[in-house]
Design a protein around this ligand. Structure first.
Ligand SMILES: Cc1cc2nc3c(=O)[nH]c(=O)nc-3n(C[C@H](O)[C@H](O)[C@H](O)COP(=O)(O)O)c2cc1C
Length: 166
């Protein structure tokens, strides 16, 4: 089964730590994402600190998975790039690449939405001490899954959503 079909949001994690090698693979994949004019508008914060993860888990209702996750990655979008209007799409591609790489490593994760919600951006900026010029875009809670959930995946393929032009 392809990675894209195996990936599922994982919100509950085992205690096991994520190794430095695995963290590097997650970041390598993030930075390999496509971006407009190859502008690579991203930077990342790797969060292992439990107190900071607990604070980040309160940024929104949906951020709770960060509380028990062994690892969080905050993706940051540079304001100063070639095509700022395209940068959110680049950041989304980078975020998805982290999730796919996690799946390949037998890990799991969930995307926590931050951008464009001003109040979340502000809170993440304060908690993680993000300097001006970098906009918190997303957070990813990561770790080894309690349950990969593969058996419960529901496929969403729907040919009626597709128009073919021949
Ligand atoms: C932009 C975006 C923001 C999301 N924010 C959250 C969130 O804050 N909390 C959460 O638990 N899941 C969040 N998700 C995950 C979605 O809920 C999840 O992808 C969707 O329900 C489909 O389930 P699946 O990922 O298991 O296929 C987010 C996903 C995206 C793409």
């Amino acid at each position: 089964m392809s990675l894209t079909l195996k990936r599922k949001s994982i919100r509950k994690f085992l205690d096991s730590k994520v190794s430095e090698g695995e963290i590097e693979k997650l970041l390598m994949s993030a930075m390999q994402a496509p971006s407009a004019t190859n502008q690579q508008p991203w930077e990342f914060v790797v969060v292992k600190n439990r107190d900071i993860l607990a604070k980040l888990s309160k940024v929104s209702k949906g951020a709770w998975p960060l509380k028990e996750a062994p690892l969080g990655i905050i993706t940051l979008m540079r304001e100063d790039c070639n095509r700022p209007v395209m940068a959110p799409q680049d950041m989304a591609a980078a975020t998805q690449n982290i999730l796919l790489q996690a799946t390949e490593l037998g890990m799991g994760g969930v995307w926590i939405g931050v951008y464009p919600r001003e109040e979340r951006i502000k809170e993440v900026r304060e908690i993680a001490e993000i300097k001006e010029g970098l906009i918190p875009f997303s957070m990813v809670a990561l770790g080894y899954p309690e349950d990969t959930g593969i058996s419960s995946i529901k496929y969403r393929y729907d040919p009626s959503r597709v128009k073919v032009i021949e």
